[in-house]
Design a protein around this ligand. Structure first.
Ligand code: TRP
Length: 366
């Protein structure tokens, strides 16, 4: 292949990506508009991998929106995706602790278990069983084409496991067992929602033409800006640049104090030329609801020390109620377990019912 054709192909692939992204964004906006009119008609499912604690990026990127949807009256479900932890790592160390801490953070952030079903993969066998018919509806080539799976494999430094290759189909089981029609996610999860739509469509075409079993869910793409880590890179636990929702005020102050800045004294908001100073300003902007530029002007020549002091105070003030609730809730871990047990029980009821409909559609009720 000549360089030119190769380049054309790469550009074509890029365009295709952005065309499907734009289509998804349009669908997301249209669905949100309908949801606002009639929230009770919608079922939301989203979730997290229990690989660690939630940070401010999670809060502004997704948790806040989940709470808003729940409170609007959308039928809400959150999956703690414990089987997704072993897609690209070979240990389940700390998994129980991570799962329980997710429940704590959800609740401290305003998720109400009476309104939102919280559950785990591993406790819902009928959900997992959907994997068998669903796998028959996708080709190996389709699975290999998933860009998120590709980059996760590269990042893991391991060979591609069967689970990593097929977990997007498992994610389709998460979404479809409860017939969710709205799935709030980040961009990286969009290919998984696309394959979910394909699976739902193919299942209905093949087995349930007269009475479709599954909806074709819409991804809901968050409007929130991606919040940078304290060093200006992507916020990630492995970079040590994230403000954890459940950290103490002292831990937060320490982390912010040691975050890198630059040698220019005057504080200005310029994410390209000054990513580190700007990350601090963005963080302060989000937690105070102010414009980062205005904060920069206010601090002006007082320098990075003053900026950090402002970020420390505003972040700790913003998180104080969350942290208080979290500490209070953590005094009774038995109740936290009960909430999970209750969610798991309800999820099993729903999954059993859906699996029964699947057996029926496939002529497998003997
Ligand atoms: N893959 C998602 C993440 O890591 C977590 C997840 C699992 C999920 N199952 C889901 C998200 C179903 C939405 C719907 O961020």
């Amino acid at each position: 292949m000549t360089d030119d054709t190769q380049e054309q192909q790469i550009t074509a692939a890029g365009n295709e990506m952005s065309a499907s992204f734009l289509a998804a964004k349009k669908r997301s906006d249209a669905t949100l508009a309908k949801l606002e009119e009639n929230p009770g008609k919608f079922t939301m499912l989203t979730g997290d991998r229990p690989t660690g604690r939630l940070h401010l990026g999670h809060y502004f990127g997704s948790i806040r929106e989940r709470v808003a949807m729940q409170n609007r009256g959308v039928n809400s479900n959150i999956i703690i995706a414990d089987y997704q932890v072993i897609t690209d790592r070979d240990t389940t160390e700390h998994i129980e602790d991570n799962v329980l801490n997710l429940v704590l953070d959800y609740m401290a952030a305003g998720i109400d278990p009476n309104k939102t079903m919280i559950f785990t993969h591993s406790a819902v066998p009928a959900e997992n069983q959907l994997m068998l018919p669903f796998l028959s509806l996708v080709t190996e080539a389709e699975l290999h084409r998933n860009p998120t799976v590709k980059s996760e494999m590269e990042a893991s430094g391991h060979a591609l496991t069967g689970l990593l290759l097929t977990y997007p189909v498992h994610q389709a089981c998460d979404i479809l067992f409860c017939k969710a029609n709205v799935v709030p996610i980040g961009k990286d999860n969009l290919p998984h929602v696309e394959i979910t739509r394909t699976i739902a469509r193919r299942f209905n075409e093949r087995y349930a033409k007269k009475r479709p079993v599954f909806p074709e869910p819409a991804a809901i793409l968050s409007e929130a800006p991606e919040i940078p880590g304290l060093d200006g890179r992507k916020m990630s636990k492995s970079y040590g640049n994230s403000i954890m929702l459940g950290a103490t005020a002292e831990e937060t102050a320490k982390l912010i104090k040691k975050s890198p800045t630059d040698s220019e004294r005057r504080i200005t908001f310029d994410p390209i030329a000054r990513p580190q100073v700007s990350a601090l300003l963005t963080t302060a902007g989000l937690v105070t609801g102010r414009d980062p530029k205005e904060i920069a002007e206010e601090i002006g020549d007082s320098g990075a020390g003053a900026l950090k002091q402002y970020v420390i105070e505003s972040v700790n003030e913003f998180l104080a109620p969350h942290r208080e609730r979290r500490v209070e809730l953590s005094k009774d871990m038995d109740s936290i377990r009960d909430i999970l047990h209750d969610g798991n029980k309800r999820a099993n009821e729903i999954a059993n019912e859906t699996l029964e409909q699947v057996r029926e559609a496939m002529g497998m009720r003997y």
